[in-house]
Design a protein around this ligand. Structure first.
Ligand code: PXP
Length: 242
């Protein structure tokens, strides 16, 4: 099976920095450590309210890090302009609600097809690999393809929060969506809420090519250091794959 890529989301390094408004800890430094620890890409979400990652972070990550940058963004004209200015390797289109604590669900690609399609087209035309963050749902996958995105990221939040039989049922949903999405030509990524405990069944899904993981890795880094926390996730992913 193909090696599963790991995108390390460094938003919460910036969250800690913003708590004091200074320059420490630096997301750029975290990206350097992530590269050393085996990350295949760096993911950062530039939110409308700039609560963690800032415009300057995106500029620095784009210029100073060799790893591909995946810019998570809402589908707004402002974010599109920023993406077109920096041309990151990838953009992941996420829903955004100012009051939410994190990205609480996938975007409604089906309901917002008309609004999303022109933005996705411009980003794709600029050479950016565009993904749409959706719930593992067939209709959302069909809509993402119709919109013209080459990639979808399946939201694993519900799976991650569930337990027991409900978690098994939600894992099946992710499995089915990955298989279906790949069958209609989409590249499949997944992420949200993944931890050492729940990553293996997701990593074992053969159609999934990339996982984006942030909060847990940064939290674990408090206890074991960022390099060690990422290395362990990498090992768990590789183990599940082999
Ligand atoms: N993928 C997307 C599209 C996200 O919005 C997030 C959270 O910012 C993640 C992955 C990572 O989720 P977590 O921080 O829970 O690992």
């Amino acid at each position: 099976m193909e090696r599963l890529r790991l995108g390390v989301n460094i938003d919460h390094v910036a969250t800690v920095r913003q708590a004091r408004g200074g320059t420490h800890p630096s997301p750029l430094r975290a990206a350097v450590v992530a590269a050393k620890a085996g990350a295949d890409g760096i993911t950062a979400h530039l939110r409308e309210d700039r609560r963690h990652i800032t415009d300057r972070d995106i500029e620095q990550l784009r210029l100073e890090i060799a790893l591909p940058l995946n810019l998570e963004m809402a589908a707004t004209q402002e974010m599109k302009s920023i993406a077109l200015r920096h041309i990151p390797h990838a953009c992941c289109i996420v829903p955004e609600n100012r009051q939410e604590r994190t990205t609480e669900g996938g975007i409604d690609a089906m309901g917002q097809q008309a609004r999303l399609a022109p933005i996705v087209r411009e980003l794709v035309d600029a050479g950016i690999r565009v993904s749409i963050f959706v719930e593992p749902d067939k209709q959302q996958l069909d809509a993402s393809r119709a919109i013209g995105a080459p990639v979808v990221e399946l939201h694993t939040g519900a799976y991650s929060e569930a337990r027991g039989d409900e978690q098994k049922r939600l894992l099946e949903k992710v499995r089915y969506a990955a298989r279906y999405g790949a069958s209609i030509g989409l590249e499949i990524h997944a992420g949200h809420g993944l931890t050492y405990e729940n990553v293996a069944p997701i990593a074992a899904i053969p159609e999934i090519r990339e996982l984006n993981i942030g909060h847990y890795l940064i939290g674990e880094a408090i206890f074991v250091g960022l390099e060690a926390s990422i290395r362990k996730m990498r090992q768990l992913m590789d183990g599940a794959r082999s």
